[in-house]
Design a protein around this ligand. Structure first.
Ligand code: SF4
Ligand code: SF4
Length: 378
């Protein structure tokens, strides 16, 4: 359970302590796990000429022979002495295939294959716990803070920045756009994440995303004991504005990867908070601003920039379990709309067709004096 001082000074001190602790502990955790490079092994220009033999090409460019054996379909060691022009491929075609194979190999070697199944297993347990609590209406403010704290601690500090729910969308587009490669495990991860959205709204964002949880926790630290209003004033930006910016940012990111082979998100990726050694000065400034904004605006990265936030928002329009209002017991007092950290509760009350993101926090359920709100299927 996380209890906080409700004064403005308390908000400042507690928030600073939280962020500093996350950075320090993440730094220690990163060292404990051992960093794994994401830099492509052969990112520079490859040296090639048609007269080269396969083994010469392999040695000059430090390309593992098994990789060339697969690309060129070599049958025996003797084939390593064949000239590159004897395989019926132009230099350009061969270079393209080698670069794609190296990019895929780099993806595989950059992953920690112990952490990934561990994190997915824990995600399943935490989401199940949150689902049970919200269904029973037991996600009170202190439980909620405790759950966000736990998510940031386990999925971020202890288990690091990767994987995270944003990765499969962002990295799939970036890898395909810049190198023409699809890394299948990401497609599997994306399917799992979107399946959780389809079942239970933005549950993975709410209780499983290490950066989303930290933003949420900061926002809640700046709220009163009932979690219904800010201590420092909090704002709800217009969804039309935030979503338009998010769509434009997504388009710009996608076009940049395909047209200029530039991954715009990588330098400012906020998940690197849990990998402090990879944070540049610019990224640090951006991250600092995001965390500061999180005190006053609900989940700024999620609402304004995150590619999974956007894709998940599209899917959550047809989620099975979501916040629903019993019109017979609702007295239209507006307490839920006031307590909801975003503009979504207003849209739910008005029964709008397209609704803003709901991060399944359960604050509206708590705030309703007549118990008219449920997280349910019907
Ligand atoms: S929308 Fe927010 S919570 Fe969801 S993946 Fe993106 S950063 Fe995480
Ligand atoms: S409608 Fe608002 S308060 Fe209710 S669960 Fe969604 S984000 Fe939270």
């Amino acid at each position: 359970m996380v209890h906080v001082n409700r004064s403005k000074t308390g908000v400042v001190i507690f928030s600073c302590l939280l962020v500093l602790s996350v950075i320090t502990l993440s730094f220690l955790s990163e060292r404990m796990w051992g960093g794994q490079s994401k830099t492509p092994k052969a990112s520079g220009e490859l040296i090639i000429s048609e007269a080269m033999t396969v083994s010469h090409f392999s040695e000059v460019n430090s390309i593992p022979r098994p990789l060339l054996q697969t690309i060129l379909g070599l049958q025996s060691q003797q084939d390593l002495k064949k000239r590159l022009d004897s395989f019926g491929m132009s230099e350009q075609q061969l270079l393209e295939k080698v670069k794609q194979a190296l990019a895929l190999q780099d993806e595989v070697s950059s992953k920690n294959w112990v952490k990934i199944p561990l994190k997915f297993g824990l995600w399943f347990l935490v989401l199940l716990l949150a689902f049970t609590l919200i269904r029973k209406g037991k996600l009170d403010p202190s439980y909620r803070r405790g759950m966000y704290f736990t998510a940031a601690l386990i999925f971020g500090v202890l288990l690091g920045s990767d994987p995270n729910p944003m990765g499969p969308v962002k990295d799939t587009i970036a890898l395909y756009g810049t190198k023409g490669v699809i890394f299948k495990p990401r497609a599997v991860a994306l399917t799992i994440f979107l399946a959780t959205v389809l079942i239970a709204n933005k549950f993975i964002c709410a209780w499983g995303c290490q950066f989303g949880a930290l933003q949420d926790l900061l926002f809640r630290l700046n709220r009163n004991r009932k979690d219904s209003a800010g201590i420092f004033q909090q704002r709800k930006p217009s969804f039309l504005v935030s979503n338009t910016i998010r769509i434009l940012f997504f388009l710009l990111f996608t076009v940049s990867t395909f047209v200029w082979a530039i991954d715009l998100i990588e330098p400012i990726d906020p998940f690197k908070l849990y990998k402090p050694s990879a944070v540049s000065l610019e990224a640090g400034i951006f991250l600092g601003l995001l965390l500061l904004c999180s005190l006053f605006v609900y989940r700024p990265w999620c609402h304004f920039f995150c590619p999974f936030g956007l894709v998940g928002w599209l899917v959550e329009q047809i989620s099975l379990f979501k916040i629903r209002v019993n019109r017979e017991t609702c007295t239209e007092c507006g307490a839920c709309k006031k307590a909801c950290p975003s503009s979504v509760m207003g849209a739910i009350l008005q029964d709008q067709g397209i609704k803003p993101d709901c991060y399944a926090c359960g604050t509206c359920i708590d705030s309703c004096p007549t118990g008219a709100i449920r997280f349910s299927r019907k």
